[in-house]
Design a protein around this ligand. Structure first.
Ligand code: Q9C
Ligand code: ZN
Length: 364
Protein backbone atom coordinates (compact mmCIF):
# COMPACT_ATOMS: atom_id res chain seq x y z
CA UNK A 1 0.00 0.00 0.00
CA UNK A 2 1.13 3.53 -0.80
CA UNK A 3 0.40 6.68 1.11
CA UNK A 4 1.24 10.29 0.42
CA UNK A 5 2.41 12.70 3.15
CA UNK A 6 2.41 16.48 3.21
CA UNK A 7 2.84 19.32 5.67
CA UNK A 8 1.00 22.61 4.94
CA UNK A 9 4.01 24.52 6.33
CA UNK A 10 5.92 23.45 3.21
CA UNK A 11 3.82 26.08 1.40
CA UNK A 12 5.30 28.95 3.44
CA UNK A 13 8.71 29.18 1.77
CA UNK A 14 8.56 31.66 -1.10
CA UNK A 15 11.76 33.24 -2.30
CA UNK A 16 13.42 34.85 -5.31
CA UNK A 17 16.15 33.99 -7.78
CA UNK A 18 18.10 35.65 -10.55
CA UNK A 19 17.09 35.38 -14.17
CA UNK A 20 19.77 37.15 -16.17
CA UNK A 21 20.16 40.31 -14.11
CA UNK A 22 16.58 40.37 -12.85
CA UNK A 23 15.23 39.08 -9.56
CA UNK A 24 12.15 36.95 -10.19
CA UNK A 25 9.95 34.76 -7.95
CA UNK A 26 11.80 31.45 -7.63
CA UNK A 27 10.52 28.73 -9.99
CA UNK A 28 10.57 26.46 -6.95
CA UNK A 29 7.32 27.98 -5.67
CA UNK A 30 4.39 27.13 -3.34
CA UNK A 31 2.20 26.77 -6.43
CA UNK A 32 4.05 23.52 -7.21
CA UNK A 33 2.85 21.86 -4.05
CA UNK A 34 -0.62 23.42 -4.33
CA UNK A 35 -1.03 21.91 -7.79
CA UNK A 36 0.01 18.46 -6.58
CA UNK A 37 -2.28 18.63 -3.52
CA UNK A 38 -5.22 19.68 -5.64
CA UNK A 39 -4.70 16.78 -8.04
CA UNK A 40 -4.35 14.32 -5.15
CA UNK A 41 -7.43 15.57 -3.33
CA UNK A 42 -9.46 15.05 -6.49
CA UNK A 43 -8.10 11.51 -6.79
CA UNK A 44 -8.47 8.26 -4.85
CA UNK A 45 -4.96 8.35 -3.38
CA UNK A 46 -4.62 8.65 0.38
CA UNK A 47 -3.00 11.96 1.27
CA UNK A 48 -2.11 12.30 4.96
CA UNK A 49 -1.46 15.65 6.56
CA UNK A 50 1.30 16.00 9.15
CA UNK A 51 2.02 19.37 10.73
CA UNK A 52 5.28 19.45 12.60
CA UNK A 53 4.76 22.98 13.95
CA UNK A 54 1.39 22.02 15.45
CA UNK A 55 3.40 20.79 18.41
CA UNK A 56 3.01 17.37 19.93
CA UNK A 57 5.75 14.92 20.59
CA UNK A 58 8.95 16.63 21.73
CA UNK A 59 10.80 13.33 21.62
CA UNK A 60 10.19 13.08 17.89
CA UNK A 61 11.38 16.62 17.28
CA UNK A 62 14.63 16.03 19.14
CA UNK A 63 15.08 12.76 17.24
CA UNK A 64 14.61 14.64 13.95
CA UNK A 65 17.23 17.18 15.03
CA UNK A 66 19.67 14.46 16.04
CA UNK A 67 19.21 12.47 12.81
CA UNK A 68 19.62 15.58 10.65
CA UNK A 69 22.91 16.34 12.36
CA UNK A 70 24.23 12.89 11.32
CA UNK A 71 24.86 14.23 7.83
CA UNK A 72 24.62 18.01 8.25
CA UNK A 73 27.20 20.38 9.72
CA UNK A 74 26.15 21.90 13.02
CA UNK A 75 27.17 25.48 12.12
CA UNK A 76 25.34 25.16 8.81
CA UNK A 77 22.08 24.08 10.49
CA UNK A 78 22.47 26.88 13.02
CA UNK A 79 22.95 29.33 10.16
CA UNK A 80 19.78 28.16 8.37
CA UNK A 81 17.82 28.83 11.52
CA UNK A 82 19.21 32.26 12.37
CA UNK A 83 20.42 34.01 9.20
CA UNK A 84 17.14 35.68 8.23
CA UNK A 85 16.78 37.36 11.66
CA UNK A 86 20.45 38.36 11.57
CA UNK A 87 20.17 40.02 8.16
CA UNK A 88 17.04 41.78 9.36
CA UNK A 89 18.73 43.10 12.53
CA UNK A 90 21.80 44.17 10.55
CA UNK A 91 19.54 46.19 8.22
CA UNK A 92 20.58 44.11 5.20
CA UNK A 93 16.95 43.27 4.40
CA UNK A 94 13.47 44.39 5.33
CA UNK A 95 10.87 42.09 6.85
CA UNK A 96 9.66 40.89 3.42
CA UNK A 97 13.21 40.50 2.11
CA UNK A 98 15.31 37.53 1.12
CA UNK A 99 18.75 36.47 2.29
CA UNK A 100 20.54 35.93 -1.01
CA UNK A 101 24.27 35.18 -1.00
CA UNK A 102 26.39 36.93 -3.56
CA UNK A 103 29.98 36.16 -2.61
CA UNK A 104 30.87 32.50 -2.24
CA UNK A 105 33.37 30.52 -0.22
CA UNK A 106 36.54 29.82 -2.17
CA UNK A 107 38.28 26.50 -1.49
CA UNK A 108 42.01 27.00 -0.83
CA UNK A 109 45.08 24.88 -0.12
CA UNK A 110 45.52 26.24 3.41
CA UNK A 111 43.95 23.20 4.99
CA UNK A 112 42.10 25.44 7.42
CA UNK A 113 39.11 23.82 9.12
CA UNK A 114 35.65 25.03 8.18
CA UNK A 115 35.19 28.22 10.18
CA UNK A 116 32.17 30.38 9.39
CA UNK A 117 33.03 34.05 8.86
CA UNK A 118 31.89 36.44 11.59
CA UNK A 119 30.43 38.87 9.09
CA UNK A 120 26.77 37.97 8.66
CA UNK A 121 26.71 39.01 4.99
CA UNK A 122 29.75 36.89 4.13
CA UNK A 123 28.31 33.95 6.02
CA UNK A 124 25.40 33.49 3.62
CA UNK A 125 27.85 32.71 0.81
CA UNK A 126 29.93 30.45 3.01
CA UNK A 127 26.89 28.22 3.49
CA UNK A 128 25.65 28.19 -0.12
CA UNK A 129 26.99 27.40 -3.57
CA UNK A 130 24.62 29.36 -5.77
CA UNK A 131 21.95 32.06 -5.80
CA UNK A 132 19.04 29.60 -6.02
CA UNK A 133 18.74 29.23 -2.27
CA UNK A 134 17.23 32.39 -0.86
CA UNK A 135 15.95 32.48 2.71
CA UNK A 136 12.89 34.49 3.77
CA UNK A 137 10.88 34.88 6.98
CA UNK A 138 9.22 31.45 6.92
CA UNK A 139 11.85 29.46 5.04
CA UNK A 140 13.24 27.67 8.05
CA UNK A 141 9.83 26.45 9.14
CA UNK A 142 9.19 25.01 5.67
CA UNK A 143 12.70 23.51 5.45
CA UNK A 144 12.22 21.63 8.72
CA UNK A 145 8.65 20.61 7.82
CA UNK A 146 9.94 19.23 4.53
CA UNK A 147 12.74 17.29 6.24
CA UNK A 148 10.26 15.98 8.79
CA UNK A 149 8.23 14.34 6.01
CA UNK A 150 11.30 12.32 5.02
CA UNK A 151 11.79 11.38 8.67
CA UNK A 152 8.14 10.44 9.30
CA UNK A 153 7.88 8.56 6.01
CA UNK A 154 10.96 6.48 6.77
CA UNK A 155 9.82 5.86 10.32
CA UNK A 156 6.51 4.49 9.02
CA UNK A 157 8.33 2.13 6.66
CA UNK A 158 10.68 0.63 9.24
CA UNK A 159 7.72 -1.38 10.53
CA UNK A 160 7.07 -2.94 7.10
CA UNK A 161 7.67 -6.69 7.01
CA UNK A 162 7.32 -7.11 10.77
CA UNK A 163 4.10 -8.90 11.71
CA UNK A 164 1.11 -6.62 11.55
CA UNK A 165 3.13 -3.42 12.14
CA UNK A 166 2.16 -1.77 8.84
CA UNK A 167 1.00 -2.69 5.36
CA UNK A 168 2.39 0.56 3.94
CA UNK A 169 5.33 -0.35 1.69
CA UNK A 170 5.63 2.98 -0.11
CA UNK A 171 5.48 6.53 1.20
CA UNK A 172 5.47 9.46 -1.17
CA UNK A 173 6.65 12.50 0.82
CA UNK A 174 5.65 15.80 -0.79
CA UNK A 175 8.79 17.57 0.31
CA UNK A 176 9.21 21.22 -0.42
CA UNK A 177 11.82 22.67 -0.47
CA UNK A 178 13.64 19.78 -2.16
CA UNK A 179 16.93 18.33 -0.90
CA UNK A 180 19.29 16.54 -3.26
CA UNK A 181 21.61 19.47 -4.05
CA UNK A 182 22.42 20.10 -0.37
CA UNK A 183 25.67 18.39 0.68
CA UNK A 184 25.24 18.95 4.41
CA UNK A 185 27.37 22.11 4.46
CA UNK A 186 25.85 24.29 1.77
CA UNK A 187 22.45 25.21 0.37
CA UNK A 188 21.98 25.44 -3.38
CA UNK A 189 19.71 24.53 -6.27
CA UNK A 190 16.63 25.30 -4.11
CA UNK A 191 17.82 22.77 -1.48
CA UNK A 192 18.63 23.37 2.21
CA UNK A 193 18.46 20.02 4.00
CA UNK A 194 19.20 16.79 2.17
CA UNK A 195 15.96 14.90 2.76
CA UNK A 196 17.30 11.69 1.19
CA UNK A 197 20.29 11.67 3.55
CA UNK A 198 17.98 12.22 6.51
CA UNK A 199 15.88 9.25 5.39
CA UNK A 200 19.00 7.05 5.27
CA UNK A 201 19.98 8.17 8.80
CA UNK A 202 16.46 7.45 10.01
CA UNK A 203 16.48 3.95 8.52
CA UNK A 204 19.90 3.22 10.00
CA UNK A 205 18.86 4.38 13.47
CA UNK A 206 16.84 1.16 13.76
CA UNK A 207 18.86 -0.97 11.27
CA UNK A 208 22.49 0.12 11.58
CA UNK A 209 23.97 -2.52 9.26
CA UNK A 210 21.42 -2.08 6.46
CA UNK A 211 22.29 -1.59 2.82
CA UNK A 212 20.31 1.31 1.42
CA UNK A 213 19.89 2.43 -2.18
CA UNK A 214 19.04 5.86 -3.53
CA UNK A 215 17.66 6.22 -7.05
CA UNK A 216 17.78 9.85 -8.16
CA UNK A 217 15.58 10.61 -11.16
CA UNK A 218 15.37 14.36 -10.89
CA UNK A 219 16.63 16.00 -14.12
CA UNK A 220 19.62 17.39 -12.23
CA UNK A 221 22.48 15.48 -10.71
CA UNK A 222 22.10 15.12 -6.93
CA UNK A 223 25.54 16.47 -6.11
CA UNK A 224 24.65 16.75 -2.43
CA UNK A 225 23.50 13.17 -2.01
CA UNK A 226 26.52 11.91 -3.96
CA UNK A 227 28.87 13.94 -1.76
CA UNK A 228 27.35 12.73 1.51
CA UNK A 229 27.59 9.02 0.65
CA UNK A 230 30.62 9.03 -1.67
CA UNK A 231 32.79 6.86 0.57
CA UNK A 232 29.97 4.84 2.13
CA UNK A 233 29.93 1.18 0.98
CA UNK A 234 26.46 0.59 2.47
CA UNK A 235 24.73 3.26 0.43
CA UNK A 236 24.35 2.86 -3.32
CA UNK A 237 23.63 6.10 -5.18
CA UNK A 238 22.32 5.83 -8.76
CA UNK A 239 21.44 8.97 -10.71
CA UNK A 240 20.05 9.60 -14.19
CA UNK A 241 20.45 13.26 -15.12
CA UNK A 242 21.05 15.72 -17.92
CA UNK A 243 24.65 15.66 -19.12
CA UNK A 244 26.59 18.90 -18.59
CA UNK A 245 23.60 20.55 -16.95
CA UNK A 246 23.18 22.15 -13.49
CA UNK A 247 24.94 21.63 -11.05
CA UNK A 248 27.61 21.45 -13.80
CA UNK A 249 30.65 20.27 -11.84
CA UNK A 250 29.49 16.82 -10.77
CA UNK A 251 27.58 13.93 -12.30
CA UNK A 252 30.19 12.42 -14.64
CA UNK A 253 30.28 8.66 -15.16
CA UNK A 254 33.81 8.38 -13.76
CA UNK A 255 32.63 9.54 -10.31
CA UNK A 256 32.27 6.03 -8.89
CA UNK A 257 32.81 6.44 -5.14
CA UNK A 258 36.01 6.31 -3.15
CA UNK A 259 37.79 3.97 -0.72
CA UNK A 260 35.38 1.40 0.67
CA UNK A 261 32.65 3.18 -1.26
CA UNK A 262 34.33 2.54 -4.61
CA UNK A 263 31.65 1.31 -7.01
CA UNK A 264 28.68 2.46 -4.92
CA UNK A 265 28.17 5.69 -6.86
CA UNK A 266 26.70 5.28 -10.32
CA UNK A 267 26.15 8.32 -12.51
CA UNK A 268 24.17 7.82 -15.70
CA UNK A 269 24.28 11.16 -17.53
CA UNK A 270 21.97 11.41 -20.53
CA UNK A 271 22.33 13.90 -23.37
CA UNK A 272 19.61 16.51 -23.39
CA UNK A 273 16.95 15.92 -26.02
CA UNK A 274 17.48 12.13 -25.95
CA UNK A 275 14.36 10.11 -26.80
CA UNK A 276 12.44 8.35 -24.03
CA UNK A 277 13.78 4.92 -25.17
CA UNK A 278 17.31 6.01 -24.27
CA UNK A 279 16.10 7.24 -20.92
CA UNK A 280 14.48 3.85 -20.29
CA UNK A 281 17.61 1.94 -21.20
CA UNK A 282 19.60 3.96 -18.64
CA UNK A 283 16.84 3.25 -16.13
CA UNK A 284 16.95 -0.50 -16.85
CA UNK A 285 20.72 -0.47 -16.35
CA UNK A 286 20.36 1.45 -13.09
CA UNK A 287 17.65 -0.91 -11.84
CA UNK A 288 19.88 -3.93 -12.52
CA UNK A 289 22.66 -2.36 -10.44
CA UNK A 290 20.16 -1.58 -7.66
CA UNK A 291 18.95 -5.17 -7.68
CA UNK A 292 22.53 -6.52 -7.55
CA UNK A 293 23.11 -4.41 -4.44
CA UNK A 294 20.22 -6.08 -2.56
CA UNK A 295 19.11 -3.01 -0.58
CA UNK A 296 16.73 -3.30 2.37
CA UNK A 297 15.41 0.17 1.82
CA UNK A 298 15.03 2.29 -1.30
CA UNK A 299 14.85 6.08 -1.47
CA UNK A 300 13.76 7.66 -4.74
CA UNK A 301 14.60 11.30 -5.36
CA UNK A 302 11.81 12.04 -7.81
CA UNK A 303 11.92 15.18 -9.91
CA UNK A 304 9.33 16.08 -12.54
CA UNK A 305 11.76 18.50 -14.21
CA UNK A 306 12.45 15.64 -16.65
CA UNK A 307 9.13 16.70 -18.28
CA UNK A 308 9.59 17.77 -21.92
CA UNK A 309 8.30 21.30 -21.31
CA UNK A 310 10.24 22.01 -18.10
CA UNK A 311 12.06 25.35 -18.05
CA UNK A 312 14.99 23.80 -16.14
CA UNK A 313 15.11 20.37 -17.78
CA UNK A 314 15.53 19.13 -21.34
CA UNK A 315 14.48 15.50 -21.61
CA UNK A 316 11.70 14.10 -23.82
CA UNK A 317 9.41 12.75 -21.14
CA UNK A 318 5.63 13.08 -21.29
CA UNK A 319 2.87 12.61 -18.72
CA UNK A 320 2.14 8.93 -19.51
CA UNK A 321 5.88 8.11 -19.36
CA UNK A 322 5.94 8.72 -15.59
CA UNK A 323 3.58 5.76 -15.28
CA UNK A 324 5.92 3.60 -17.37
CA UNK A 325 8.91 4.66 -15.24
CA UNK A 326 7.08 3.93 -11.99
CA UNK A 327 5.84 0.53 -13.16
CA UNK A 328 9.36 -0.54 -14.18
CA UNK A 329 10.88 0.53 -10.87
CA UNK A 330 8.17 -1.23 -8.91
CA UNK A 331 8.38 -4.45 -10.97
CA UNK A 332 12.11 -4.65 -10.35
CA UNK A 333 12.21 -3.70 -6.71
CA UNK A 334 8.96 -5.04 -5.30
CA UNK A 335 9.01 -6.14 -1.65
CA UNK A 336 11.54 -3.41 -0.81
CA UNK A 337 10.05 -0.62 1.31
CA UNK A 338 10.36 2.60 -0.61
CA UNK A 339 10.35 6.27 0.29
CA UNK A 340 9.69 8.56 -2.66
CA UNK A 341 10.83 12.15 -2.08
CA UNK A 342 9.67 15.03 -4.22
CA UNK A 343 12.59 17.00 -5.66
CA UNK A 344 12.16 19.33 -8.70
CA UNK A 345 9.54 19.87 -11.42
CA UNK A 346 8.49 23.34 -12.51
CA UNK A 347 5.63 23.14 -15.01
CA UNK A 348 2.82 23.91 -12.58
CA UNK A 349 -0.01 23.14 -15.04
CA UNK A 350 1.22 19.57 -15.61
CA UNK A 351 2.65 18.69 -12.20
CA UNK A 352 -0.58 17.26 -10.82
CA UNK A 353 -1.15 15.01 -13.84
CA UNK A 354 2.48 13.90 -13.84
CA UNK A 355 2.33 12.92 -10.18
CA UNK A 356 -0.94 11.01 -10.72
CA UNK A 357 0.59 9.21 -13.70
CA UNK A 358 3.55 8.12 -11.56
CA UNK A 359 1.30 6.90 -8.74
CA UNK A 360 -0.97 5.00 -11.11
CA UNK A 361 2.04 3.27 -12.69
CA UNK A 362 3.44 2.44 -9.27
CA UNK A 363 0.23 0.78 -8.11
CA UNK A 364 -0.41 -1.12 -11.35
N1 Q9C B 1 17.71 31.05 -12.61
C1 Q9C B 1 16.05 21.10 -8.41
O1 Q9C B 1 15.47 20.72 -9.42
N2 Q9C B 1 19.32 27.00 -11.23
N3 Q9C B 1 16.91 22.13 -8.47
C2 Q9C B 1 18.21 27.80 -11.64
C3 Q9C B 1 17.46 29.68 -13.03
C4 Q9C B 1 19.07 26.07 -10.18
C5 Q9C B 1 17.19 22.83 -9.69
C6 Q9C B 1 18.63 28.78 -12.66
C7 Q9C B 1 18.33 24.84 -10.61
C8 Q9C B 1 18.10 23.95 -9.42
C9 Q9C B 1 15.79 20.47 -7.10
ZN1 ZN C 1 16.02 19.21 -10.63
Amino acid sequence: MLITLYDPDCLLHKTVELLGSKLIPALESPARLEAILEALHLSEHECRKIQLSAGGDEGRVSRLTKLTSDTHNHNYLQHLQSVYEEWLSAGLIEKDGNVLPECFYLPTSTGKPMRPPKDVFARAGYFAFDMSSGIMLDSYRAIVASANLAYEGTDMLTGFGTDGATDVDTVFALCRPPGHHCDGRRAGGYCYINNAALAVSTWRASKPQARVAILDIDFHHGNGTQEIFYSDPKVLYVSIHGEDEFPYYTGAEDERGIGEGEGTNINLPLKVGSPFEEYMSKLEYGLDRLLDFRPEFLVISLGFDTFHADPLGHFQIHTEDYGTIATRIRQNLKDIPCLVLLEGGYVIEHLGANVLSFLKGWKS
